[in-house]
Write a protein that binds this ligand. Structure first.
Ligand SMILES: [Zn+2]
Length: 313
């Protein structure tokens, strides 16, 4: 094979032209710094929950669906869950719960992190606002999810407040300057709850999770301390000694979560109809739903359909 030798001066002129041509044909994709960007076109979603189980319960289905399409999802528990059991507490429980959500994340195909803040003691402090702001920026989030700030549990409430407070900080360069600001403010979304005062949850988007329900139930099934054993309000009576009865108890937990998914589909049937059409919506068995927070970017229906790319037949 014969090689064509270029003089240095010719190479200097030709190589940038060649690179520009390759870029124009989409052979390489590069970000503003010239680095290759394998995640181009992929969404980045970060979900906050007060405890190591909240995100899995509220968004485990949609997270698995995003992950299956190559989008990047991270769950963050704002507290370590170290009082969330009737029999055990402290460091060993925090480690156990971290291991549980890591196992759940593996099943869902996502990333997870548990902040080392005591369960039941989360406060909307400046320090915590900075932690949440940093996490949103480091993840490069397009979507941020959290509890609403009117919730029965102070940790849920303050997680909601902290995420709301961070909603104005993602793009501000001189708060947390060690992490580059986001170019665009993410869309902030709330999980559903049943509280009516001062205002009830109003769904803006509802998703069929029928295709991933088994995966979601598997993920909730490995959070044993909270569901199988009943968490802070459980008791020894929930845990049978007989292995056959233990199997029944696991099935009971699974059935209860399947029923929860069904009741959400019933509750948000009209919103499912807005997105899937009435006929398809009528057949959906299991759902998750979210409300747009007023403080982040306000997406229109077309943008929501881009962020939740699940509605085509
Ligand atoms: Zn919780």
């Amino acid at each position: 094979m014969k090689f064509i030798r270029l003089s240095n001066a010719t190479a200097i002129r030709i190589i940038p032209l060649l690179m520009a041509g390759l870029l124009a044909f989409g052979i390489f994709s590069a970000d503003a710094n010239g680095a290759e960007s394998p995640g181009v076109g992929k969404l980045r979603i970060i979900c906050f929950g007060a405890h190591p189980d909240d995100c899995e319960l509220q968004a485990g289905g949609v997270a698995a669906m995003w992950a299956a399409k190559g989008h990047k999802v991270k769950f963050v528990a704002a507290t370590n869950g170290d009082i969330g059991h009737w029999r055990e507490a402290g460091g060993p429980l925090a480690l156990r719960r971290k291991a549980e959500v890591e196992a759940a994340a593996k099943i869902l195909g996502i990333t997870t992190e548990v902040l080392d803040i005591h369960d039941g003691e989360l406060l909307p402090t400046l320090e915590n606002r900075r932690i949440i702001t940093r996490l949103i920026r480091e993840w490069g989030a397009d979507i941020v999810m959290s509890h609403r700030p009117n919730d029965y549990h102070p940790d849920h409430r303050y997680t909601g407040v902290l995420v709301q407070d961070a909603a104005d900080m993602g793009t501000v360069p001189f708060i947390c300057p060690e992490v580059p600001p986001l170019k665009d403010n993410p869309v902030f979304l709330y999980y559903p709850d049943s509280f009516q005062k001062p205002n009830p949850f109003q769904p803006d988007v509802a998703i069929s999770i029928d295709s991933v329900i088994e995966k979601k139930l598997d993920a909730l099934g490995v959070i044993v301390s909270q569901f199988y054993e009943g968490g802070a309000n459980g008791s020894a009576g929930l845990i049978p000694a007989d292995p056959a009865k233990q199997k029944d108890r696991h099935q009971q937990v699974r059935d209860n979560f399947a029923k929860r998914g069904q009741s959400l589909a019933t509750r948000f049937r009209d919103t499912l109809g807005d997105w899937y059409g009435k006929d398809r919506a009528a057949k959906i068995k299991y759902a998750e739903a979210f409300e747009i927070c007023e403080y982040g970017r306000r997406p229109d229906k077309a943008e929501l359909a881009r962020l939740f790319p699940f509605f085509e037949k």
